[in-house]
Ligand binder design. Structure first.
Ligand code: PHE
Length: 339
């Protein structure tokens, strides 16, 4: 018996293989139900007491030795397999990348919340509009060159359908369905058939505002816009209004904020004036009120339209509007901590 133990021990010592299948075969051969070492234990049970005393220890040691050797070989076989497949088992499991809000959404939400704080509600409408809501109700006369101000994408299916060129169309829908007082902002995507460049795109986002009530004056408009500019750009912000033209407002204006002229970039951004053009606005034209069933002798109102991308470019110092729409994760990831 002692010889068989020594023989098997040498056999285990000699055995060496990296292949998992071979190691397993060897394990069955030695330690399986009918394995060589297992059957030694069966024989051992038949032995006389004093022999058991002598042989018990070496037999147990043999079993332990074989088990350890087989386990070691199995582990190296497993490691080799991992290295072959290039997996790193020490990597944390199930790591999921968290997304973040898009910079346009961040700025849009901020603008919306500034106006919600002074009592504006939020309205929305369809992106495909008919001529009435996008143009005619807003006092764009038929065949009038003012329609060229907003290069339109037409939808061929219906003669008067188009992608909305501004969210003023939503304000028409609000006026149709509500009597004053109306105080609403309409955030949304708009479309214009413009050449794509660093400064303009064929679609972008607006937040347009509309306030209609008794005795609404230009002073109310100016004060509201000053509040907005100081909330968005900082409490010291200065604004100015320049006369402008829109078919749906009279008088109309464009608002600039003072940006400064400290360096070359400021020159470029403000075209050398120090002022940054931010939004269009004006008093709602009486024709627009009439078109929508509101009596212009009783009510007056103001409206304004803010371009969200332009505000986002300023807020985050982004040099090119196209970056906002390329969906490059390396760009979008940078806004994780923005708010
Ligand atoms: N709708 C105008 C535009 O898209 C902006 C605007 C809104 C101007 C309201 C005046 C009043 O350019």
């Amino acid at each position: 018996m002692k010889e068989r133990i020594d023989l098997l021990r040498r056999e285990v010592e000699k055995f060496g293989s990296q292949a998992a299948a071979e190691v397993e075969t060897f394990r069955v051969e030695m330690l399986g139900k009918k394995g060589k070492i297992t059957s030694l234990f069966n024989d051992f049970r038949e032995l006389a007491g004093d022999q058991k005393r002598d042989l018990g220890k070496p037999l147990n040691e043999l079993k332990k030795f074989a088990q350890e050797k087989i386990n070691d070989l199995k582990n190296t076989a497993a490691e080799d397999r991992d290295q072959e497949s290039g997996e790193d088992l020490s990597r944390p499991a199930n790591f999921t990348k968290l997304g973040s809000r898009h910079p346009v959404s961040l700025v849009k939400n901020e603008i919306v919340s500034i106006f919600q704080r002074i009592g504006f509600n939020v309205s929305s409408g369809p992106e495909i509009e008919d001529d009435w809501h996008n143009f005619t109700a807003l006092n764009f006369p038929e065949e009038h060159p003012a329609r060229d101000m907003q290069d339109t994408f037409f939808v061929n299916r219906e003669p008067d359908w188009a992608l909305r060129t501004h969210t003023s169309s939503v304000q028409v829908r609000v006026m149709e369905n509500n009597q004053p007082p109306i105080r609403t902002i309409s955030p949304g995507r708009v479309f214009r058939n413009e050449a794509i460049s660093a400064r303009s795109h064929c679609f972008f986002h607006q937040v347009e505002g509309l306030y209609i009530d008794k005795d609404v004056s230009f002073a109310d408009l100016k004060q509201t816009l000053l509040y907005f500019a100081q909330e968005f750009f900082g409490p010291e912000t200065k604004i100015r209004l320049r006369p402008s033209y829109f078919p749906f407002t009279e008088p109309s204006a464009e608002m600039d904020v003072y940006w400064g002229l400290e360096n070359e970039r400021d020159y470029r951004m403000t075209k050398g004036t120090g002022w940054l053009e931010v939004l269009g606005c004006g008093m709602v034209d009486p024709n627009v009120l009439k078109n929508n069933g509101i009596d212009p002798d009783v009510y007056s109102g103001y409206a304004f339209g803010i371009g969200v991308e332009r505000m986002a470019l300023h807020r985050f110092q982004i040099p090119d509007i196209r970056m906002l729409f390329e969906n490059d994760v390396r760009f979008l990831e940078q806004f994780k901590a923005a708010y």
